[in-house]
Design a protein around this ligand. Sequence first.
Ligand code: GLC
Length: 723
Amino acid sequence: MKLSGKSARSDALIGRMNLSEKLGQISMLADGLVETGPPGPHNPFNMIVDGRVGSLLNVWGAHLVREAQRKAVEESRLGVPLFFGLDVVHGHKSIHPVPIGEAGSFDRQLWEATARDSAIEAMADGVHMTFAPMIDVARDPRWGRIVETAGEDPLVNAEFGRARVRGYQAPDAQGLMRLAACAKHFCAYGAVLSGRDYAEADISWRALEEIYLPPFRACVDEGVAAIMPAFVDVAGVAMTAHKRLLRDMLRARWRFDGLIVSDYNAIAELINHGVAADLAEAAALALNAGVDIDMMSDAYFNGLPIALARGLVSMDDVDMAVRRVLNFKEQLGLFDDPYRNMAHKTAKSATSKPLAPERRALSRQAAQSSIVLLKNADGFLPLKAPRMLAVLGPLADSPNDQLGPWASAGAGEDAVTFVAGLRETFAQTDVRYAKGAPFEGRDEVDLEAARKTLAGADAIILCIGESRLMSGEAVSRTRPEVPEGQLELARTALESGAPVILAINSGRPLILPDWLVEGAQAILAAWHAGTEAGPALAQILSGACNPSARLAITWPRVTGQAPIFYGIRPTGRPHDPQNGWSTGFSDAPFDPRWSFGQGLSYTRFTRANLRVDRDTLGLDDLVSVSVDVTNAGVCDGVETVFLFSRDPVAQVTRPMLELHDFTKVALRQGETRTVVFVVKARDLCYLDEDRKPRLDDGAMQFHIGASARPADLDRIDVTIAQG
Ligand code: GLC
């Protein structure tokens, strides 16, 4: 979107606006169908007629949105339409898996398709902007918002972000953008100290450039309409006031000409950051950094008049922010048709109707593609015509919790639970259920009921983990583990002697005790898999669906390993289990429980014939890295293949592995396909000590395989020779 440009309509409106109306346009207020931050002192509905607000968030449903729009268009002095924003993060009415799970599908087409579906549902409810994709690289399971990210890898977050922008912003029949995407939170929010939400992110410029900025650059290149700065300070500079990164880099160098929307109350919170003495200074810092819209802090409305009087900001800067907002509304078609997306005059939300079958089907496909099979001892799964199944745990029949946090308008009554899904899929099986334990605490642990339910079971399906409220914003945990009461239930299940299938439902890689991992016959990471989680898991357990998901996040054994990720640097003493003087821990293994990219299938894939089409590369050369992948197992399946590089000798120390690409390949039983990755030598460059791209002559390694685990990778080297 190009929003700074001249527009006759916008310029005319700006010319007619008084200061209060201008500041109203750059103020976004929440009208609480859902609470996503500290409630404000005002009722925004009553402020529309005075032109005191330019956009609303957290309200949806054509009947509500339409009335607010009518007040703005028909009762305010200048009749400027509102726009409406909402966190449509993983679905609007039909809910898809939480992003940490869907990222594990490694399926660009799916990421785009679910975003497009969300946009269709959200625009039917009068929503114009989603505060998504959230592409904060995250590597610490203590951080509650890891649930919202596409995991630990910059490339995966970048590709996820691109696909989401394409899906959300795909044009409707009139050629207008369905849903404006707002990439967030710019940037390095995932690097918060100790995983504490809102804490400082004290990181190097190299980490910024190599890890946290690339996903946002990708979204800007993909045409994202808006960016939301993070709450945090990065090396002491609060992102909401970060001139160098917002104005000088994002706008000037990257040429981003969309909207910059503050996070909720973030401008006023510059006072808490200790960089503004009052609201006027806070407002001036944000405006001068390039923030166009003040979400919910009143800093612009109440602080800018004083800032103007003090000469801290110019009216031109105010006008530029107003212009971008007005041009945004114009490009959404809201001046020509303010009631666009609000045609439904039904008494309830347009999406209150039953979910369309195609929406439900996509939600199920997304869940099937996101549930990761992590253990399957002795090929126990898929289940073979069990006579009786016992389903235990607080997540087995909890429709709201399976939707996960940030579930927008998703309703539990639309969700199909694990118990219901199992009964539907295993129609000839006696499927029994007992909750057995609460999410937290031990008061309601009922092991007697569990024992009665599991007696005689051919298998136990243990659905434990986190409720939807145990991850997400402001829910960082010092012990990201399965709560004690649920572990007591797990012990009871294992003591029964029946095979236990462990389905972990969570917004993060939960810490699991060794006895549970060793005792379970099979383990699946189901995350919060959304509306159709039940049928999706059931069809995986029955073999109707062969699991293909992989982990987009490294899974720690113990919290003390965090932050943990595959792309670590080697250090002077790379980990060597035979050498007591090497990097690692004295009280825990060095390696994670499961690595980035791990995930099992019911079939088996092999790789052979790894090759390159040239051994030597100059700076402007391309190289094709190919490998033959064979489905050598018992059924059709889908393999994910990753291409990493390793620069063994460079001017600065380089990560043990860097992801360059990934792809999925569907193979029938016995089929072989050649997977080819084309790599530009320039993409192997790194930033030298002067932050200049550099590539050194000498060896360059390519590692190709099924995960970041060394055992899953094959290596081939080329030589860089730049002549
Ligand atoms: C919240 C979140 C942000 C969200 C916004 C609006 O505080 O930080 O991700 O988009 O407020 O709900």
